[in-house]
Design a protein around this ligand. Structure first.
Ligand SMILES: [Fe+2]
Length: 400
């Protein structure tokens, strides 16, 4: 007889699956590449890997399992707020064989603790209720996989060990679709896993508006660059009359039919004004996303690139927009602010310390986002000048 309950076995399987994916991403790289600093705005991969293990140790072994850490106060070097990205290459972090051993030793202890805890829906500890802390850990590893891909973009000749064709057939339709004004409900419901910043769910009043049916394409962006002299997206360079891009180890001509990606918020905003439109607010975006299906979207990383704009035409949102989920993160006009009645959980450093007018909200996830991470209420945020993230956009305008 086994003492492992079915929900616990499911959690253990999902933890194993997340780790398999993390390790597959770095399988083509040697230790030198894991330790190398490719960009001051990105951590070396060795830091991300140690941070994934350390975050797991902190929450699932120390906090939940009440055990001591394996490496004393090493955890302070893996604190994302204490250690800005540009300093992480110099830190005395675990490397090479020691790093790999840490990942598996922590996991072994995590599974020991999982066997001991109660994760019932009505568990007394809010961290264990609905297995919150395990969902948090899974989401954390998944989200770090996307950060790792931002760096892997820069690795010359990177060859994934596992990839799948880009899903979704392209279709055509009107340039913009309409969304009714009135009261719309935004945010995550009270039950089920979501981050603190998605709550509480609340009503917002929106004016009627139109939104682009599909993300803005490279073709449209080239026109914008040529007419205004704007900077090209990150990873592009001129090639005679045309453009080529180098990303995910490949150099190829820019495909005008694909969504533009690796543009900053400032660039997206300038494009929208040039086009006689504007960026949608995050709540307009969420209203337009209603009815979208994350299982029929270019998510989960294995496509290693975007689908053409207009793909997944057979799985539109209720308003008729396509690719609201997947392909590219979409910049919105909104600052990252607390929802009315916000309460930090499980710690203020997840969202609260970032609230204000410094960061802009992105929605919808990209090809590089794991499916489990994304939902219509999910709010991502970044600095408006950032371009290494997998971000594009679509435009909106007031109706009538
Ligand atoms: Fe993290």
């Amino acid at each position: 007889m086994t003492s492992v309950s079915r929900p616990k076995a499911a959690i253990a399987d999902r933890l194993a699956e997340a780790r398999e994916r993390t390790l597959a991403l770095i399988e083509p790289l040697d230790d030198e590449q894991l330790n190398r600093v490719y960009s001051p705005i990105l951590s070396p991969l060795a830091w991300d890997l140690g941070h994934i293990a350390n975050f797991e140790e902190l929450w699932l072994v120390q906090t939940i399992g009440d055990r001591d850490p394996l490496h004393g106060d090493l955890g302070r070097f893996y604190d994302a707020i204490e250690n800005p990205r540009k300093t992480r290459g110099e830190l005395p972090i675990l490397r090479d064989a020691e790093l790999r051993a840490y990942l598996s030793d922590v996991r072994e202890r995590t599974l020991e603790v999982l066997d001991e805890v109660e994760i019932e829906a009505d568990a007394e500890d809010p961290l264990l209720r609905e297995a919150f802390v395990y969902e948090l850990l899974l989401a954390h590893e998944h989200q770090h996989n996307e950060t790792m891909l931002q760096l892997l973009q820069m690795v010359d000749g990177y060859e994934p060990v596992r990839s799948e064709p880009v899903p979704g057939a392209a279709g055509t339709g009107p340039e913009m679709v309409a969304v009714d004004g009135g009261e719309h409900i935004v945010g995550a419901p009270g039950k089920g896993f979501a981050y603190d910043n998605e709550r509480p769910r609340h009503a917002v009043e929106l004016g009627p508006f139109e939104i682009d049916r599909a993300p803005v394409t490279n073709g449209a962006y080239i026109q914008f660059i040529e007419e205004t002299g704007a900077e090209p997206p990150m990873y592009w360079e001129r090639d005679g009359e045309g453009w080529v891009r180098t990303a995910m180890g490949r150099r190829e001509p820019v495909d005008p039919a694909h969504p533009v990606i690796h543009v900053s918020w400032h660039e997206a905003d300038a494009f929208a004004r040039w086009a006689g439109k504007r960026l949608p607010t995050e709540h307009e975006w969420e209203a337009a996303c209603a009815g979208a299906d994350r299982e029929r979207a270019n998510l989960d990383q294995l496509s290693f690139g975007t689908a053409p704009a207009g793909a997944h035409a057979d799985a539109p949102a209720s308003c008729g927009a396509v690719q609201m989920l997947g392909d590219v993160w979409e910049w919105t006009s909104s600052d990252f602010l607390a929802y009315p009645g916000f309460a930090p959980f499980p710690y203020p450093e997840y969202s609260q310390v970032f609230f204000g007018d410094t960061y802009k909200v992105l929605r919808g996830g990209a090809w590089a986002t794991r499916t489990n991470t994304i939902r219509p209420s999910f709010r991502n945020w970044d600095l408006p000048q950032r371009r290494q993230i997998f971000a594009g956009f679509r435009c909106a305008r007031d109706a009538g």
